[in-house]
Ligand binder design. Sequence first.
Ligand code: HEM
Length: 288
Amino acid sequence: MSHDAEHVAEDATPQDADAPATPHLDFAGTTPYEDYVQADVLTHLQHLRSDDPGEMVFLVTTQVMELWFTVIVHEWETAGGALAQDDVPTAVAALKRSVRELQALNDSWRPLAQLTPAQFNSYRSALGEGSGFQSAMYRRMEFLLGEKSASMLVPHRGAPRVYAELEKALHQPSLYDEVLRLLARRGHGVPRAVLDRDVSQRYVPSPEVEAVWTELYAGDESGELARLGEALTDVAELIWRWRNDHLVATRRAMGAKTGTGGSAGVAWLEKRAQKNVFPELWTARSHV
Ligand code: HEM
């Protein structure tokens, strides 16, 4: 028995005789929790660059969002893989998990949503040219949504592992490509040009794909493909909300100043936020 365990036993008063067992205290090495979670690593990755007490939450919120991006990429890769195997239930389950994760991701804007310019200025210069624009995991999310662009690999030339992962993601079919291939296999009129498209290019909306979704939405709403369409619409909506929450937080924190990443800032983000995710799922609604 370890010293700590003895201590707990000594502390136990007679009326604790029937008390529920207490957790184990003595481990030969690091705790099994640490071995699994690596909390010691995770909670020592906060290398602050200013003396401002508000910088901690800025950095941790960004790190938390990176972790959510990682989970969501995992879910969408699971969903894409399942669709390629014609396993719609597994794909929908992964998409639904990602919807709850996207909600948690979006809720994590709260600590940063009301930053004033003076508060943000207290540590902004310490960020140098660092910008979320350089987030490779966010870029993988955008690639999975069909927002492909080879130029987005350029910032990562100096990080071989990140570059290789991003390059692989660029050349893999997006989640939406897998959806459209499945719809074609199920007999829906997705054009050959869409099925054979160069998947490393940004997805361009197609009137025929819009007609497929119109037909599915006009039919049985409880059907497997209509439910897949709704899960994808939930994802699209929550991505749009993330972009807009980011835009509003940025407008509050820095007005129309240029971004640390070198862009025009809010004006550039406004254009990005307008991009439609799974475009035909939205336009088809006008025809149902
Ligand atoms: C309130 C604090 C924030 C401000 C003022 C801000 C500002 C900006 C600005 C101005 C840009 C445009 C690129 C540039 O010139 O830098 C940008 C891009 C971006 N930021 Fe933030 N940001 C904030 C918080 C965050 C957080 C917490 C994340 C989480 C990772 C994040 C992720 C991103 C991403 C992913 C982009 C690229 C978006 C795209 O490619 O469409 N930002 N941010």
